[in-house]
Design a protein around this ligand. Structure first.
Ligand code: 13P
Ligand code: SF4
Length: 328
């Protein structure tokens, strides 16, 4: 199949009709990475096979920083849409591909453009700080972007007399209010995965394993963060288990992180925090898990789906991301 025709078909029909069953994905992905001068960036919530083949596995901040400075011609973003979009905003001359264009984010979806724009307009004196888990439209309405790694630093950098809007995560916002002492106006959004944990089951598990330390991502609810020994971003959680003298941990974040964590501390016991509904695997982010080795290979082969962004919107969104990178 000619490359041009294949690209067109992928755009209209998706990858489904392309026969790939006999492909050695590891070999082919390695070949394509070399041939196309590609860099594979993967978030800690990706499936283990993708993490293992990536050039860099990281949190939202480190992946954005790498995307901004890479010399590669193609950025293959094994993560969710807002992450790949941020990479394209930062480095527009590169081809940025995402293995599955439907890999969204419940948190990013909780801030629709029109409602958010009206909210910002209603508070013209406020500095707008938005979590990186947002669309380019929201970033364009934002003064400073942040991630969970640098959120406290960003809030602390804003003069004390300036009122702040924080969006879209109400849990991270609430945690930041308690960390910084700043009284921020919060947007009412949340991550489905981090709100699915059951505090009762976690406390019961802790009673059975009293030496285990509870650690949690700040997108989790206040009652969980209050009982956590450590609260931090994905990279913060990884550093913590490495540095802590404790030998057991109850880990309250997306379960994909356990792959890298166990590699870092093979001698320690890592217990995924239980969720409310035991009939589902709610601590798995369904969006992060849309990416597979097959889709990773196909997006590199056909350079689709590629992230495109209107230049005017990109320049507006870029300002708020650059402010974050300057402060980080
Ligand atoms: P980190 O920035 O901590 O990697 O978090 C990203 C994310 O989507 C958490 O749900
Ligand atoms: Fe979005 Fe939550 Fe998935 Fe992170 S874990 S990508 S915040 S839905």
């Amino acid at each position: 199949m000619q490359l041009k025709q294949a690209k067109k078909e992928i755009q209209t029909k998706g990858f489904l009709d392309i026969p790939t069953s006999k492909i050695d994905y590891i070999k082919e992905i390695n070949r394509l990475r070399k041939e196309k001068n590609a860099v594979i960036l993967a978030h800690y919530y990706q499936i283990p096979e993708i993490q293992d083949i990536a050039d860099l596995v990281g949190d939202s901040l480190s992946l954005a920083q790498e995307a901004a400075k890479t010399d590669a011609d193609m950025i293959v973003f094994a993560g969710v849409h807002f992450m790949a979009e941020t990479a394209k905003i930062l480095n527009p001359s590169k081809t940025v591909v995402l293995p599955d264009l439907n890999a969204g984010c419940s948190l990013a979806d909780s801030a629709p453009k029109e409602e958010f724009e009206a909210f910002v307009k209603a508070h013209p004196d406020h500095i707008v700080v938005s979590y990186v888990n947002t669309s380019a439209d929201i970033k364009a309405l934002t003064d400073i972007v942040c991630t969970s790694s640098n959120a406290k630093k960003i809030i602390d950098s804003i003069p004390k007399d300036k009122p702040i809007i924080f969006a879209p995560d109400r849990n991270l916002g609430d945690w930041l209010i308690r960390q910084t002492g700043r009284d921020m106006l919060l947007w009412d959004g949340a991550c489905l995965v981090h709100e699915a944990f059951s505090i009762d089951k976690i406390l019961a598990l802790h009673r059975e394993n009293p030496n285990a330390e509870i650690i949690a991502h700040p997108e989790s609810q206040r009652h969980l963060l209050k009982v956590a020994k450590y609260v931090g971003s994905t990279s913060g959680l990884l550093n913590y288990v490495k540095e802590s003298p404790a030998k057991e941990f109850i880990v309250a974040t997306e379960v994909g992180i356990l792959h890298k964590m166990q590699q870092l501390v093979p001698e320690k016991v890592l217990i995924p925090a239980p969720v409310e509904d035991s009939t589902c695997s709610c601590s798995e982010c369904e969006f992060m898990k849309m990416n597979t080795m097959r889709k990773l290979y196909l997006c590199m082969q056909y350079e689709q789906p590629a992230i495109e962004i209107d230049e005017k919107l990109r320049l507006k969104a870029l300002k708020s991301i650059e402010r974050m990178l300057e402060i980080s």
